[in-house]
Design a binder for this molecule. Structure first.
Ligand SMILES: [Zn+2]
Length: 367
């Protein structure tokens, strides 16, 4: 290193050379009156901006905070579940009852529509009863288009006769002799062949179901009209129709096709077509404005034996007449038999099991 010194390496202090002292200029803040006012306004504006900022941040925080709180709640629930899992106890002491899995197509609640075919039409003839043999024939009703051979399921016959007898009693017009208008049953059970004939002759689409898809194949449906004293066939007068709609559920029947539910049923409004499903089911559907498709869907999803916290508890009647029902859905097994769990003997007065003609069974326990 000669001569030149690196300025960064401790330069030798220069003797007698003091860095020139800068004269510090002092600034004094001495606002006049206008200045003070301007300053005050500035401070106020700043305070306002800060307040607005704080409020905005709080708002955003609370908006984000909502879901966060929910998440916390969910986490807590999940933790609780882990600690003490919710145990379904309502059927703890239920016992197995083996039912052939093919019986999903058997029972009062089977669903037959454009999507669900009925396969047993021509095999159920032994379970049918001719209406002409019943005590109500030519008294509370006459027979129409299907004539003397009109048949229905044997088990629905007493309920049908009782309903029509009460209708005639309640009506100021309907009677039991030829001088009066009388109830006429135009259609009951239909064989596949009979339905095929109707389908080919149908004048209006969406009134006659494709063969295999008519409820009349099941024997649980009837078409009710009026046979007038003059010899014509007509629909019910408004008050008779209203009586039927208000009361048919008490006898286990539903007005099956409401035009408003066409998307689900595939059939237009049919005020004359009544379907037997059993009393508690008919009353529940009627009270809740559900068609059969909706009711079975509700049972399958909300009252499924495997997943629900409790069966559907439904009470019909009042006071001493009250009857409590417990209703639940049981999925059909892929095996030959389905072991359906039902209450122990002695804990109920009756149990009935019906297939839904889809994938399961509906268990109805009468307490
Ligand atoms: Zn019909």
């Amino acid at each position: 290193m000669n001569g030149r010194q690196n300025p960064n390496q401790n330069p030798a202090p220069r003797q007698n050379q003091r860095p020139p002292q800068r004269k510090k200029k002092k600034y004094y803040f001495r606002p006049n009156k206008e200045g003070m006012q301007a300053l005050l306004i500035l401070v106020l504006i700043a305070a306002l901006i800060i307040t607005l900022l704080v409020l905005t941040i709080k708002g955003i925080a609370s908006a984000i905070g909502g879901p966060e709180e929910t998440t916390t709640a969910e986490t807590t629930t999940a933790e609780t579940t882990t600690e003490a899992p919710v145990v379904v106890t309502w059927h703890d002491d239920y016992v197995k009852q083996a039912v052939p899995s093919t019986d999903v197509a058997v029972g009062d609640l089977i669903l037959v529509n454009f999507e669900h075919k009925y396969e047993l039409t021509d095999t159920i003839t032994k379970q049918l009863s001719a209406l002409s043999n019943s005590e109500g024939y030519s008294k509370y009703f006459v027979l129409g288009k299907q004539g003397y051979d009109t048949k229905v399921r044997r088990n629905i016959l007493p309920h049908l006769c009782e309903m029509l007898s009460d209708l005639v009693d309640a009506s100021p017009v309907l009677g039991t002799t030829t001088e009066h208008d009388r109830v006429v049953i135009n259609s009951g059970y239909r064989s596949t062949e009979y339905q095929q004939g109707l389908y080919e002759k149908q004048a209006v689409e969406n009134y006659v179901a494709i063969p295999g898809h008519s409820e009349h194949h099941t024997g649980y449906a009837v078409d009710l009209n009026v046979f007038t004293a003059k010899g014509d066939t007509d629909v019910f007068r408004d008050d008779d129709q209203a009586w039927l709609e208000a009361n048919c559920a008490d006898y286990g029947f539903i007005v099956r096709y409401d035009g408003a539910k066409f998307e689900l049923t595939g059939i237009l409004d049919e005020t004359w077509h009544f379907r037997y499903v059993g009393k508690p089911h008919a009353q529940y559907m009627s009270e809740n404005g559900l068609c059969l498709e909706e009711y079975l869907s509700l049972l399958r999803t909300t009252y499924n034996f495997d997943t629900c916290d409790a069966p559907l508890t439904y009470i019909t009647g009042e006071g001493e007449e009250a009857t409590t029902y417990e209703i639940y859905y049981y999925p059909a097994s892929a095996d030959v038999n389905t072991d359906i769990f039902v209450p122990k003997a002695g804990t109920y007065s009756d149990i009935s099991i019906s297939g839904d003609n889809m994938n399961g069974f509906i268990v109805t326990v009468t307490k």
